[in-house]
Design a protein around this ligand. Structure first.
Ligand SMILES: Cc1cc2nc3c(=O)[nH]c(=O)nc-3n(C[C@H](O)[C@H](O)[C@H](O)COP(=O)(O)OP(=O)(O)OC[C@H]3O[C@@H](n4cnc5c(N)ncnc54)[C@H](O)[C@@H]3O)c2cc1C
Length: 215
């Protein structure tokens, strides 16, 4: 981690999405580059540091993270207490969950707040005019960023229950056996999706994972 660059960010704005997901927008205090789908290590004064996917695209002026606050952890309390103009530090971004090497057909499988890197990737595909076909399947008690993601994705489906999600996943995997599959959410979801995709005949090399360890 010592080699990661560090960017000071100024807290600018905050709003709430569906499912109680709190969104925090920051203005970088100096030019900042990242690739859609990456995450950074955010340090908040009095709260320590935790990793978060960047929910913003490289084309956006602000850096956005989205999370749930109800754990009441020291980190989340410090995040919730931010006032406009307060500084946080982001180390990274860290390269991993990007479109690099993927074809022009991608499938995004998200659980809960695991939607965050897909907001970044969908905004980037659109802003850069990449001509990538994107299918989003989101399962959760609610659907943060739904209005936006359903407009941006070529095909977007939202489920509250896992049964409906599994039916759609089977249909998508049957229709897109050669696509690149991205899975984002808590470790249990990642494990379940890895097994399900394998059963559906999707090769290991076609699957990319963003494991929200810490949940
Ligand atoms: C690559 C990566 C990307 C990530 N991206 C995101 C993102 O975009 N958005 C996001 O929200 N998170 C993301 N995370 C997870 C994030 O870093 C935090 O771990 C997460 O938000 C939980 O933080 P917390 O402070 O609320 O956890 P804590 O409150 O410290 O909880 C940590 C664990 O302890 C459990 N726990 C807490 N309190 C109790 C208790 N009293 N009794 C029993 N168990 C308890 C929690 O359920 C959880 O499993 C990402 C993680 C990684 C590794």
């Amino acid at each position: 981690m010592g080699l990661l660059s560090s960017t000071p960010l100024e807290f600018a704005d905050r709003w709430t999405e569906d499912d109680g997901v709190a969104v925090f927008a920051f203005t970088p205090t100096r030019p900042f580059r990242h690739i859609a789908g990456q995450h950074g290590l955010f340090a908040v004064k009095g709260g320590g540091a935790k990793p978060f996917s960047l929910a913003s695209a490289p084309e956006d002026d602000q850096v956005v993270l989205a999370t749930r606050l109800e754990s009441g952890s020291r980190f989340k309390k410090a995040l919730a207490a931010l006032r406009p103009g307060d500084r946080v530090t982001m180390r990274g971004p860290i390269m991993k969950f990007t479109l690099d090497g993927a074809g022009d057909d991608v499938v995004f499988l998200a659980q809960g707040v695991g939607i965050t890197p897909f907001r970044s990737l969908l905004r980037h595909i659109s802003a850069a005019g990449l001509g990538v076909r994107s299918t989003l399947l989101h399962v959760g008690d609610g659907h943060a960023f739904k209005t936006e993601t359903e407009q941006l994705a070529s095909d977007a489906r939202y489920h509250r229950d896992r049964e409906g999600f599994a039916v759609d996943l089977k249909q998508v995997a049957t229709n897109a056996p050669a696509a690149t599959y991205y899975v984002s959410g808590v470790p249990q979801f990642i494990a379940e999706m890895s097994a399900a995709l394998k059963d559906l005949g999707i090769g290991r090399k076609q699957i990319r994972k963003d494991n929200f360890r810490g949940y």
